[in-house]
Ligand binder design. Structure first.
Ligand SMILES: Nc1nc2c(ncn2[C@@H]2O[C@H](COP(=O)(O)OP(=O)(O)OP(=O)(O)O)[C@@H](O)[C@H]2O)c(=O)[nH]1
Ligand SMILES: [Mg+2]
Length: 427
């Protein structure tokens, strides 16, 4: 609330500007992130406030937007009032997606000037912005998902063909968080993903099973990596596929490319012919993923690089012949969020502003309680000890039909009327 002041102009008009809009919150995909760990201990986020309106009809500054960075592939849900969850968006790129809208700024007193009120003493408090509980689920987007038991050599392979440098060690579950590596061939690239290896019972959550399967869901093709040094690589192959099928038959139908690793070890080289035959046969019993697809079997050494070029060529070719499918978005909900809720904002108080929400009056232990968001915003900042202010509040109640409703409810002079957190004496 402000009035114009200037020398020799004793009666400057009201010139309080509107408050700025509160900052909104956006979620943005960031390809440099592979996990949501950075949000784990920093999970309550407050958006910036809008600036106060000022004299001379200056509008307050809008609050700066708050950006939440998440890995590409994060699915965002919103907790609903009934404790359910509602899909908001699937973050597939770096386009900001609105998840919580900042509140609108209140109107300055300049808005309330009218023929009958030359000295408006009321200004509107700003509106609260959205307050949401978001549930973020990471389902990494990768072209190629590495499917393997722990210790098969996944990290070694990823570090050999991409710039990613995951930890490599001679024990299982070295990799506990997903690793993404970009594999390049000239201009072309694809993203290879290592997720924790699969154990028997993974579909029930054994090992880091669920972690694996959740991410693996969105890979376009699987590279099934087998440890050539394992007692029975064919049994491993069957076990992993069985886990996949138990989790989701749909995943089990995705195309697979099989590679037996550790070919540099003599033992593996010696068993190659028989292993190749047995694996081809085992692969044939898989459901055909795509018409005409036959699961190819490669022998490689992630350690020395032998056979890797051939394997990567095949992956590039396969990806090229496949449609690039991306998960769809719930456009409607996003639009709804962007439009925001239409609140009871006066367009200009000169003409009667539309009051969209019906305002109600009820009596609670002798106190007349007015339920009116619009009035609440208006009295929240008002100096109700000032009789002139009270008079303007009363006029506003009359204009909105609230006064009439109070009278119908039996309000008498001296009774207490409560609007939001403010109590007034009826006169
Ligand atoms: N000889 C030989 N050893 C390999 C090869 N590839 C990986 N290894 C070894 O196998 C062990 C496991 O390798 P990793 O790359 O960590 O395997 P991983 O599948 O990522 O393992 P987890 O992340 O623990 O599931 C390490 O000791 C590697 O040095 C290979 O081609 N030849
Ligand atoms: Mg690893």
């Amino acid at each position: 609330m402000s009035f114009h002041r200037e020398k020799y102009k004793p009666k400057g008009g009201p010139d309080g500007g509107d408050g700025g809009t509160g900052g909104s919150v956006f979620v943005v995909g960031d390809t440099s992130l592979n996990t949501l760990m950075h949000l784990k201990f920093n999970s309550t986020i407050y958006a910036a406030k809008g600036g106060h309106g000022r004299g001379n009809n200056q509008r307050g500054a809008d609050g700066v937007p708050t950006i939440i960075r998440v890995p590409v592939g994060t699915v965002v849900w919103r907790r609903t009032e009934d404790e359910g969850q509602e899909f908001i968006t699937d973050v597939t790129d770096d386009v900001p997606r609105l998840v919580a809208k900042g509140g609108k700024g209140g109107f300055g007193n300049a808005r309330y000037v009218s023929a009958t009120n030359q000295e408006p003493l009321l200004a509107q408090k700003g509106w609260s912005g959205d307050s949401v509980i978001l549930i973020l689920e990471l389902k990494l987007l990768a072209d190629v998902g590495l499917l393997a038991k722990p210790n098969a050599g996944k990290s070694t392979l990823v570090s050999r063909c991409s710039a990613a440098r995951p930890k490599i060690a001679a024990y299982p579950f070295t990799t506990v968080e997903p690793v993404l590596g970009v594999v390049k061939r000239g201009e072309k690239t694809f993203v290879m993903m290592e997720v924790p290896g699969l154990l028997e019972g993974a579909h029930r959550g054994v090992g880091l099973g669920h972690q694996f399967l959740r991410h693996a869901e969105r890979a376009r093709v699987y590279l099934h990596l087998l440890d050539g040094l394992s007692d029975d690589p064919v049994a491993d192959f069957r076990m992993v596929n069985e886990e996949l099928r138990q989790w989701s038959p749909e995943l089990a139908r995705k195309p697979q490319i099989v590679a037996v690793n550790k070919l540099d070890v003599t033992e593996v080289r010696e068993r190659r012919p028989s292993l190749e035959r047995a694996l081809r046969q085992a692969a044939r019993s898989l459901e055909p993923a795509v018409p005409g697809w036959e699961t190819p079997v490669f022998f490689i050494s992630a350690a020395t690089g032998e056979g890797i070029d051939l394997l990567l060529n095949r992956i590039f070719d396969s990806l090229e012949s496949m449609p690039k499918t991306l998960p769809s978005e719930d456009e409607e909900l996003v639009e709804e969020l962007e439009a925001g809720e239409e609140e009871v904002m006066p367009t200009a108080a000169v003409a009667a502003p539309p009051v969209r929400r019906r305002e109600t009056v009820r009596v609670e232990r002798g106190v007349y309680v007015v339920d009116s968001p619009g009035l609440e915003q208006l009295v929240a900042l008002a100096d109700v000890d000032d009789q002139r202010v009270l008079l303007q509040v009363w006029r506003e109640m009359k204009r909105r039909g609230v006064a009439k409703r109070l009278e119908e409810a039996g309000v008498q002079a001296g009774d207490t009327v409560r609007i939001g957190r403010v109590e007034l004496e009826w006169f």
